[in-house]
Write a new protein. Sequence first.
Lengths: 632, 333
Amino acid sequence: MAVPPEGAGQAAESQPSGSAHPHKTLTARDSVVIRFAGDSGDGMQLVGMQFTSESALAGNDIATVPDFPAEIRAPAGTLAGVSSFQLNFSSSEIFTAGDEPNVLVAMNPAALKANIEDLPPNAVLIIDKEAFTEANLKRAGYTANPLNDHSLDKYQIFEVDVTRLTSLALQGSGLSNRDAFRCRNMFVLGMLSWLYQRPIETTVKYITSRFKKNQQILDANVKALKAGWNYGETTEMFASSYTVPKADIARGYYRNITGNSATAMGFVVAANKAGRPLFLGSYPITPASDILHELAGYKNYNVYTFQAEDEIAGVCSAIGAAFGGAIAITSTSGPGMNLKAEAVGLAVKTELPIIITDVQRAGPSTGMPTKPEQTDLLQSMYGRHGESPVPIIAASTPGDCFDCAYEAVRIAVKYMTPVILLTDGQLANGAEPWLVPDVSKLAEIKVEFATNPEGFQPYSRDDDTLSRPWAIPGTPGLQHRVGGITGEHLTGNISYSPSNHELMIRMRARKISGIAREIPPIEIFGDADGGDIVMLGWGSTFGPIREAVKQTRAKGKRVSHIHLRYLNPLPSDLADKLRLFKKVLVAEMNMGQLIKMVRADYLIPAIGINKIQGRPFKVAELVTRISRALEE
Amino acid sequence: MATALTRKDFVTDQEVRWCPGCGDYAILAQVQKQMPEFGIQPENTVFISGIGCSSRFPYYMNTYGFHTIHGRAPAIATGLKVTRPDLDVWVVTGDGDGLSIGGNHLIHCLRRNVDLKILLFNNKIYGLTKGQYSPTSEIGKVTKSTPMGSVDFPFNPITVALGAHATFVARSVDVEQKHLGYTLKRAHDHRGASFVEILQNCNIFNDGAFNDVSDKAIKSEHQLILEHGKPLIFGKNRDKGIRMNGMRPEVVTIGTDGKDLDSIVVHDESNLALAFMLGNFEPPMPVPLGVFYSTARPAYDAAMNEQLAGSIAKNGKGDPQKLLNGGDTWTVN
């Protein structure tokens, strides 16, 4: 966001209006960034997701980012146990979840301490006053109560007795103190829903379906939600509520979707389009496991999910399934990619179609498993022994994960090759409104197995794509053997001929580089004929780069944006497009990986903007770097 | 079937490249001989191997074949069998491939009971890499990598498989063609993971490792042929038997000193404890050959396919457009 936020969101115009309650005013805002923070047991992710649903229904453009600890049950009240969810909702098009919150909801001292540094002056701070006990303050590492020492004076602070008010609201419900305490998040959601005039019906519907087996808990949650709403409306705590008008977004049928969910669905729809079963071989790993969870629920779509004994078995089982004619995939994150490398080489050599999805996370080694990074690009390009080219596709937004998963399947079966799909933890768990595609209009995915024994050769080549036939077991007369040993051109029989080895290496390299022919022309956001600067990016940096370029262009600067989906092969018009600009800036959440490829392939002296903190770029950071580059 | 299958239907035109005198030849010959008996068409049969001498096996079978990477054959075969339960899938592995680098995949494949026929050629040595000790080599084994003798305690393939709760565990010998043929048939008839250890002579790097059970002159004194429901008797004169002395097995001579046939243990393939006991036989006990253990348990691939079919029966065949249209939705007009 370019303008420093004021109060509870970016002000448009403030006007008294016909609010539900006569003595309260209704103030309009262009956009608001709220961060809900609490202990991991406080249900902040749920509050965030429901507030997102309510905002989507209110017609806003939205972007979210969850942030949760790696520990499943970190000690309650500690900094390590803080879980948060940030949501940006706006009346205009937005690309990120916002650099910094306008509103912070802190359910305990630890949540306050972990997030307060991100809060700009004059922002709204809503806290559960009762959680600021001596014990909780100590657990969070406070020596003095920040509510009393004026350290929070620069914020608009609202101290609400959330715990007491929730338990009061639930008096007579027969709920234990513990269960009543767990409804605090619904009170907060109700209160915030009033503050921003969000419709709560969708949340009531959610609670009803979630707790349909326990009427008592169901009633209590709805009661707490409504109590929170009524508290906002009737008490003197808040003088005004706010609206964020509808955004002008394309018409159609929308759903809220996370990257992992979109990835899973992309695979299901692609396999369905191909008319083949889908097989996932996978070993649980953060932040990719949700792909396994989601696909495990789609059995009636002819989806097999195999929770393998390790990462290697995950990819190997996929190779076996591909040999048998299934659309076969494996999902993992960086450490698993390392383990799968040898098997991916086998798929390269045997030319079997599999998709390896890498939901990148901060490394090396265990690193920060819940935090995103873009550090597996070079591993995907070069992390195998031998000459072993693999197509690489990267998704740029949560919804784009669907298109990329679908495209990965299309390329894999068309070219008989493993394909690597790169997403990251940010995309995997982040959500955005997604215009639901019409399945009948998606690109065709054609699977044609070889059936004719006459003249059959397992390593003959399609003239156009150079792909070999997919001849699956069970087909009479096509019995053949494949394997990792170098095979003879056409027959695939073991061959140690030096010239044949080079022929096969070059054949596969040509096959992969040939995919560039069907990559659509690059779209330049900004100056199609060139200008001062082009920002080049890939993956989840799309949002911050696009927003930063938009803001800089609004100041009349000639800055453009190219964002890559295809990383191997690179689009054939990329070099020419980049050369239209005086400077090429490559923003990546790594030490500079795409930039190495661009420099090496095109000898273009690109400049890197790099951040390796396990968190996305802030728009303001990129705006600053662009401005500096414009001045230099 | 138009015409009956013959051995020739399962033989490829590829030149067999094992060392002359290798035990693998005898195993290949017996497998090729048995395949027509199973009545399954070559195109519906798949041989999958890892890396090692034994893993060249698929090249010589005129079926579908996959020579994969070191140790991973069970994982690759699992992916194939789960999605293609119509196929007859065999895994060929060795002591290094299956018990060292691929040990994890082998035990998990056995515990899951994937319907695969797993043949583990055990020659107690690394042959392809020219003679290092293997995870089944005995303590003290002098090899290129253990000039002072191995200090590495070996695995026993039978008890590893039993420990993984395999549902079919058997042992045979490369040169015992009749016994091997019968064992292969039993393995094939079993639904679920069938594990067969085949004692195989590497005449280059570990010649004579199984002389006790393959040398015609002495083998009858060492081979204990396991037959379900029959007493555990062996020896040239069929006068030696296994008797329980309390909780411990012992070898006795039948007919002497009150040791009559009734006191000899009767083999029971469904008794896991007995199978473990037999699997742990070390000299001077005889070497058990045959089916140690066989039990019925649902196969993983069948169970998974049942879940898919059940889900389709319950929810209907999935409609991808409906899938996308679900969740938390709204319309922008």
